[in-house]
Design a protein around this ligand. Structure first.
Ligand code: NAG
Ligand code: NAG
Ligand code: NAG
Length: 330
């Protein structure tokens, strides 16, 4: 590890140590204020503070500002998927959300106030290049100093206030890997006899959170991953085990760092049947996804705009959750 990074890490740990003397509990009122035509700001994510002296380990008053939200995208989707995000949930987390892409687009750079990161990774959908972007996301999170790293894909809708309230249940100073697996068994890896040292087991298994549903990692855990994953090392691990980026994340956390995935069922990917999500639970969910129309169409069932105007249903979803937005029907 570079000495500068070590110092930064140490300084942060000390700071966090002080914060841990206080415990806050309480609900989060989430108020919006319409400021200008077409723009809505999250004006207040304040928390009612209850100070206790019993448990000094939890700092529960995290706000949206403590979260680093990264969205993996690519130039192939900059005119389709990205504009939907920019029009909807990004407006509720403009300062906290960063896009990791493979191109320079001055218009999007302006619209996001400089939050488009050209990773210089290739725009192909190959494992190596997806791992490359995840690696850059992780490194940017480390540099951000934020308490939580939450990754999403560009076909996710993120229910921003819900993401905040759910993270408040977990202590960022402890090791948390929150997400939802897409399989009901841990992944089992067999190690070829020729590739393993004499005493190594022939197989091991681990869980991983599906990247397409989104997942969050606490800062404490992200630090433990430093020696294996920082400074682009994540890509080498991906290449080493020849598995996708989200699987590699699970491998590093469960197998190398020895921490377990905590199932948070409010994350959703299009590997689930989106239409089975009940409307009355939408407010409780963290993420949504879609696929189609070219592949099998898989979208949530929400009333609202015409499907020709809103094929992904994300505009309708956004108006269902936040009807005060300008583009929503009155
Ligand atoms: C929340 O915690 C931060 C430190 O992380 C502290 O500065 C701030 O005063 C706390 N805010 C509330 C409302 O408790
Ligand atoms: C990508 O390359 C440009 C030009 O060389 C550089 O300025 C930028 O920092 C690179 N981006 C990342 C994420 O490394
Ligand atoms: C993680 O899960 C495994 C198997 O489910 C269990 O044996 C182990 O104790 C867990 N580890 C931690 C740190 O909770």
């Amino acid at each position: 590890m570079a000495p500068r990074k070590m110092l930064k890490a140490a300084a942060l740990l000390i700071t966090l140590g002080y914060c841990s003397l206080l415990v806050y509990q309480g609900g989060v009122p989430f108020n919006f204020q319409e400021t200008r035509a077409g723009t809505v700001q999250v004006s207040d994510l304040s928390v009612e503070a209850v100070r206790t002296t019993i448990d000094d380990s939890a700092v529960r008053n995290i706000t949206l500002d403590d979260i680093f939200i990264s969205v993996k995208t690519s130039k192939h989707y900059q005119d389709t998927r990205l504009p939907i995000i920019l029009k909807t949930w990004f407006q509720l987390a403009k300062d906290q959300t960063w896009f990791f892409t493979d191109t320079d687009n001055p218009q999007h750079q302006r619209q996001t106030n400089g939050h488009m990161v050209n990773t210089n990774c290739s725009d192909s959908h190959q494992r190596k290049h997806l791992c490359c972007k995840t690696s850059v996301e992780y490194d940017h999170f480390l540099d951000s100093g934020k308490k939580w790293f939450c990754h999403f894909d560009d076909d996710n809708y993120v229910n921003v206030p819900r993401l905040v309230t759910i993270l408040q249940k977990y202590n960022h100073q402890q090791d948390w890997y929150l997400g939802r697996p897409s399989v009901n068994k841990p992944l089992k890896i067999f190690v070829k006899p020729t590739e393993r040292p004499a005493k190594m087991r022939t197989s091991f298994s681990f869980w991983f959170a599906t990247g397409g549903a989104g997942f969050c990692i606490s800062r404490s855990l992200a630090f433990k991953m430093l020696p294996v994953a920082s400074g682009g090392r994540f890509i080498s691990v991906c290449e080493g085990i020849r598995l996708p980026d989200d699987v590699t994340m699970g491998f590093i956390i469960e197998h190398v760092v020895k921490n377990n995935l905590t199932l948070v069922p409010e994350f959703h990917s299009h590997l689930e049947q989106m239409k089975l999500l009940p409307l009355e639970t939408f407010r409780d969910q963290i993420s949504f996804s879609y696929s189609g129309p070219k592949e099998n169409i898989n979208v949530i069932n929400v009333p609202g705009f015409d499907t020709r105007y809103d094929p992904t249903r994300f505009l309708s979803l956004h108006c269902f959750l936040f009807p005060h937005f300008k583009f929503c029907p009155r």
